[in-house]
Design a protein around this ligand. Structure first.
Ligand code: SF4
Length: 327
């Protein structure tokens, strides 16, 4: 039997997850569970790159883990663990930081975009080196594939460069991981901005109750030229139509023609879309309820995941220290 390729994927714990996470990453992770050997990282040290206040990191990690479990990640197939609890991440990060120049990291387009979007005046050493820690995260588990959106591809390229350099210098230890591009990489926010994000306050959470989803959808921006029901609209530029394409694909032709012909009004269209999103989220909310009422189960899953992750990490670091001559 062919060996399954190994995936490492992770997220920074910023609290409860939203539809952007679901569509852009989690559905993909769940669909890959049988085909690959999976490791899922709660990248809690990475949370420090943009927020030094770590007082909520633990609770955010637990909330995120519950969302992962609720949408269908299976801890038997996909161990889930916290970066901070496996010390080898920081050890490998230190070694890797010697294998890349600061000029190379400054050219990284993803960091340049973050500096612009977050209005960062003086980037820290740790934030600039974020892709190096990410490389350590991936290569510690010898990840061969990394499911990412297209904005993360430059980071995978840095990981490949570091793996290549290490292997040339010390001996072949690491694979050069390939990106597995997500099919629906970005879901726009309710305000029409390109990305759903907690900081922009334009999200629908996976855990939102039905009335909250309906209420949030009422605020979603639409075609600005369609003011009344009798106006003709342009679904191709409408955010709500994008949501229909994702959560209500069977009705999109009817909605597009109703919008263009003015037979369909935005109030009804948004409500229909909210209903479809609620239907999609209902099984996840029910599972979440179980985990919230059984926190011990969640902590056991985390503990088991950390035991499995640590075992792989220790084996890799033993190999690294040996080929480097540290004994
Ligand atoms: S009818 Fe629907 S698709 Fe058309 S503009 Fe309004 S919300 Fe958008």
């Amino acid at each position: 039997m062919n060996r399954k390729k190994r995936i490492l994927s992770g997220m920074r714990p910023t609290g409860k997850l939203h539809l952007g996470h679901l569509v852009g990453a989690l559905e993909n992770w769940v669909s890959l569970q049988d085909e690959y050997e999976n490791y899922h990282l709660i990248a809690d040290y990475h949370a420090l790159t943009t927020d030094l206040d770590s007082s909520n990191v633990y609770q955010n990690s637990i909330d995120m883990l519950i969302d992962w479990l609720s949408v269908g990640l299976d801890p038997e197939k996909s161990p889930m663990f916290r970066q901070s609890q496996i010390k080898q991440h920081t050890e490998l990060h230190l070694i890797f930081s010697m294998l890349i120049t600061s000029a190379r990291l400054e050219r990284n387009p993803t960091v340049k975009d973050q500096v612009r979007d977050l209005n960062i005046e003086n980037i820290t050493y740790g934030h600039l080196g974020y892709p190096v820690l990410q490389s350590a995260d991936i290569l510690l588990y010898k990840g061969e594939c990394v499911p990412v959106g297209d904005d993360q591809v430059p980071h995978i390229e840095i990981t490949r460069e570091i793996a290549r350099k290490f292997n040339l210098q010390y001996g072949s230890v690491f694979p050069e991981p390939e990106p597995l591009l997500t099919r629906f990489p970005r879901l726009p926010g309710l305000d029409g901005s390109q990305k759903m994000s907690k900081s922009a306050g334009n999200t629908i959470l996976i855990s939102d109750e039905p009335d909250v989803v309906q209420k949030k959808m009422r605020s979603a921006v639409t075609d600005p030229l369609k003011i009344r029901k009798g106006d003709q609209g342009r679904p191709e530029i409408c955010l709500v139509y994008t949501y229909h394409q994702k959560f209500n694909p069977t009705d999109t032709a009817e909605i597009a023609s109703g919008c263009r012909s003015s037979a369909l009004g935005c109030v009804g269209c948004k409500s229909k879309c909210a209903t479809k999103i609620i239907e999609h989220l209902t099984p996840f909310r029910e599972k979440r309820k179980y985990y919230e009422e059984n926190k011990q189960v969640v902590l056991e899953i985390l503990n088991e995941g950390e035991i499995k992750g640590r075992k792989v990490a220790e084996a890799t670091m033993n190999e690294v220290r040996t080929v480097m001559g540290f004994g």
